[in-house]
Design a protein around this ligand. Structure first.
Ligand SMILES: Nc1ncnc2c1ncn2[C@@H]1O[C@H](COP(=O)(O)OP(=O)(O)OP(=O)(O)O)[C@@H](O)[C@H]1O
Length: 380
């Protein structure tokens, strides 16, 4: 059992007295704010990039079943593999882990949740780590491609990817097979290219919507009419506010998949380079027309708050803002609890300076002077 000499340097940083190593160990309280899996993913990813050891306590204390679920464990194990680090306490249900990173190495890595746990959340954990690698890193990720309470793979590709590219993030993705609740079984290949450093991003003008597009799908034994119903009702909802903007929602019958699933994603591009997304998953007892209508309305809500990113992208960009070389400024709707949590974690682990300026009742600008992390492994 490690003993900690409680000499706080700043925020949660403590000296690790045990083993006589003189190493430092950050301490993160996993129950803070949102108290979910995102604190853990961001913490382990940042510590991997900064070569800092960390202890995370009270993991997912804000959730009904606290502790590591298979998908959270798989995500941090993946980071540990990528950098040849050491993970202590990494087992399902564990409420405390310690992570000691090594150097990120390019190569092929495999992560399998063995459940319908989200592939995109595995990607969310590991993708930043590869940015500071010595060459392109590839991951084969197995689990759910379209899981509840997580980005659907379509969102990661259609919304996160183009905006992350503004920071200099470059990755390719191939969906080998989709997988749905309860079995999972989806498979996605991801190739991430290293960068010398990330570029700060300014997004202050939401601009005008130029086109709306999306994808409604059914997979497995479900009839394709469900996808049509979702798409028609989604488009009808969108048309209430956008009569003259082209709307194109593709109907897809998935054949290469495990299990049955249905859902929809719609995105809106603007003339200032913003992309917003909203998605819905079919559920037992919820008619397809309701899923379609709610998804359309959800996109409208994102478009009317006056921000440049939707509420989900907001928290997913915080880590990139913290690492970038210079000041990022992103106009958003109300700051979400997930974003507050991501900022809280980034502030404890890095010297990134965040400010959240309220510019009106429902609008904020998140500003961050990033730390300008340099990739020490890239020579040219
Ligand atoms: N519909 C969605 N579209 C895009 N992103 C989403 C969507 N739903 C959730 N997300 C993103 O998924 C992440 C969820 O993080 P969160 O910590 O809540 O979940 P988790 O890791 O599954 O942990 P927990 O089980 O503790 O909730 C956030 O980054 C959030 O923005």
């Amino acid at each position: 059992m490690l003993q900690f000499k409680k000499s706080l340097n700043y925020f949660g940083k403590v000296e690790m007295a045990s083993l006589g190593s003189g190493d430092k160990l950050f301490r993160i309280d996993g129950s803070d704010l949102e108290g979910g899996g995102q604190i853990l993913r961001n913490t382990v990813a940042i510590c991997c990039l900064l070569h800092e050891s960390v202890k995370v306590e009270k993991i997912r204390a804000g959730r009904s079943k606290p502790g590591l679920r298979p998908q959270h464990l798989t995500g941090i194990q993946l980071i540990c593999d990528i950098c040849g680090g050491k993970l202590i306490g990494g087992h399902v249900n564990s409420t405390e882990i310690e992570f000691h990173p090594g150097n990120v190495k390019s190569g092929n890595y495999l992560a399998d949740t063995h459940t319908a746990g989200s592939i995109c959340l595995l990607m969310q954990a590991a993708l930043p780590c590869f940015l500071m690698g010595n060459g392109p890193g590839t991951m084969t990720l197995r689990g759910g491609t379209n899981a509840d309470m997580a980005p659907p793979i379509d969102y990661t590709l259609m919304v996160f990817k183009p905006i992350a590219e503004k920071f200099g993030v470059k990755f390719d993705c191939e969906i080998a097979r989709r997988g749905y609740f309860p079995k999972g079984g989806g498979e996605v290949f991801v190739k991430v290219y290293p960068v010398k450093e990330l570029t700060p991003v300014t997004m202050l003008d939401p601009g005008k919507v130029t086109c709306i597009y999306g994808r409604a799908f059914v997979a497995g034994v479900l009839p394709v009419r469900i996808a049509h119903e979702m798409a028609e009702n989604c488009e009808r909802a969108i048309r209430q506010d956008f009569k003259d903007v082209p709307v194109k929602i593709e109907i897809v019958k998935e054949t290469n998949c495990v299990g049955n699933g249905t859902g929809i994603i719609v995105c809106a591009d603007t003339d200032t380079g913003c992309t917003f997304g909203a998605s819905g998953l079919g559920k037992k007892g919820v008619p397809a027309h309701v899923v379609g209508k709610e998804t359309g309305e959800s996109l409208l809500n994102q478009l009317c708050h006056g921000g440049c990113v939707d509420d989900f992208l907001q928290d997913q960009l915080i880590i990139l803002m913290a690492l970038a070389n210079g000041k990022s400024k992103i106009r958003c709707g109300p700051v979400t609890l997930h974003s507050e949590t991501a900022i809280h974690v980034a502030k404890q682990l890095t010297d990134a300076k965040f400010t959240v300026n309220k510019i009106s009742a429902g609008q904020t600008v998140i500003e961050c002077e990033g730390i300008g992390l340099k990739n020490q492994q890239l020579t040219s």
